[in-house]
Design a protein around this ligand. Structure first.
Ligand code: HOZ
Length: 429
């Protein structure tokens, strides 16, 4: 592993005043060892660290940067917004414009409420499902991660999995008593719980395509069963599209899959790299939110004008020049190249990919849920991660996170990545 003296020093300094030196555990490199890189700047498809090294960026801030970094349209919109003041605590038209764009893009969403993070979006979506149905039970799936909401921090993926703390201290037992955890892609388990407790279930929250145990796609039977059972028992189906919204298609995973959930949680891309979350659904459900209805939810920076401007600019660009087919083609090229490289190196692997989200798992077992994701050889992943990093390719620093492509990447970038991966995988031969 190459040394990065400036980043190491910056990490030491940060650890004295910030717990673990980071403001979100996924960034601490706990899943791969070593110390995190400190980033000086980003541009297009690249990150630059404070040791003056350049990396092709496959995390894109964990999802928001589908247009790459510093896209001129986003930068211009943000600069213009900032000159008009950065926060008002009063409504502005940018909020309505972004809401109109989300409603137009996602047919299951007739009204939308903006918050400041994906965690707030899922937390509020759950409160809404409970308030709307008058029931308490929520179903989630092992390995799905919906932010650090108390009631959802049970068998969570992402950094809660990487750090081996699926249940965090500080979450009172009472907070998770009404959370039922089921296996992803398991139709029988789902049907059994609905048979036993269907009239008490307020909602089911799910990543329609999982990014937080690495990339794991749903089976079509599972999705159909989810929709059928929630409708039959009057529970709300909540799609957490914080990662997949405007990423897998302009209308998100639900457009790609042809699904229609009751509530959708958004984040990441709709803020264009600024802190935003949102949740939306049918007007009849959304009108339960205060002040239209009785379900409380609020926030000083909700609908922040700078973040709204960045989101509008991003969605405008994605609508005017839809990149999804091109990104899928790049994804397919990368998948084929990585598959051949891993096979040639004799490394047991799975590559899960949908469109421009992907994960290379180091296991011979097909990865379809949390248990199979955990069969991956994480030590091997860590070695691969650092081999790639040393060659200038910045992958997610955990086996249990999805990687992303951005519109600034070209076939040449993908081919360079494959060449680097081929070299990196040789260490296992
Ligand atoms: N929620 C992100 C991982 N799925 C991590 C966010 C971050 O550390 O920036």
């Amino acid at each position: 592993m190459s040394t990065r003296p400036q980043s190491s020093a910056a990490f030491e300094r940060a650890r004295k005043v910030i717990p673990g030196g980071v403001n979100s555990p996924a960034r601490a490199f706990g899943g791969v060892g070593g110390t995190p890189l400190f980033i000086a700047r980003a541009d297009g498809p690249y990150l630059f660290d404070i040791d003056h090294k350049r990396y092709l960026d496959f995390i894109g801030s964990w999802g928001p940067m589908i247009l790459g970094h510093c896209h001129p349209a986003v930068v211009d919109a943000v600069m213009a917004a900032v000159r008009n003041g950065s926060s008002y605590g009063a409504p502005c038209e940018l909020e309505t414009e972004l809401a109109e764009r989300v409603v137009e893009a996602v047919p299951s969403v007739e009204m939308v409420r903006f918050v400041s993070s994906g965690t707030e979006a899922t937390m509020s979506a759950i409160r809404l499902a409970r308030g709307y149905t008058g029931r308490d039970l929520i179903i989630k799936f092992a390995g799905c991660y919906h932010g650090h909401v108390d009631s959802l921090l049970v068998s969570a993926g992402s950094s809660a999995l990487t750090h081996g703390v699926p249940n965090s201290p500080g979450v009172p037992k009472g907070c998770t008593d009404d959370t039922l955890v089921l296996k992803y892609n398991d139709c029988a388990g789902l049907a059994e719980v609905f048979r036993a407790k269907g009239d008490k279930i307020a909602g089911v929250i799910i990543e329609p395509v999982v990014g937080n145990m690495g990339l794991v796609p749903p089976t079509s039977e599972f999705r159909k069963e989810l929709r059928r059972l929630t409708q039959q028992y009057g529970a709300l189906l909540i799609y957490d599209e914080v990662m997949t919204g405007f990423r897998l298609a302009y209308g998100g995973a639900q457009e790609l899959l042809g699904d229609s959930p009751d509530i959708t949680a958004f984040g990441k891309i709709i803020g264009g790299g600024y802190p935003v979350g949102a949740y939306g659904g049918r007007a009849e459900v959304m009108k339960k939110i205060m002040p239209a209805g009785p379900v409380f939810q609020a926030g000083t920076l909700s609908g922040n004008p700078v973040a709204m401007a960045a989101g509008i600019a991003t969605l405008k660009e994605l609508k005017a020049n839809p990149p999804y087919r091109q990104l899928d083609a790049l994804g397919a090229r990368l998948e084929a190249g990585l598959r051949t490289a891993a096979t040639d190196a004799g490394v047991p692997h799975q590559i899960n990919r949908i469109g421009n989200m992907w994960t290379l798992f180091f296991t011979a077992t097909p990865v379809t849920d949390f248990d199979t994701a955990k069969t991956s050889d994480t030590k091997r992943f860590a070695r691969f991660f650092w081999e790639m990093m040393d060659r200038g390719f910045y992958l997610p620093c955990s086996q249990f996170e999805a990687a992303f492509l951005c519109t600034q990447m070209t076939e040449a970038h993908i081919d360079q990545t494959i060449v680097a991966a081929r070299e990196a995988l040789k260490v296992f031969a």
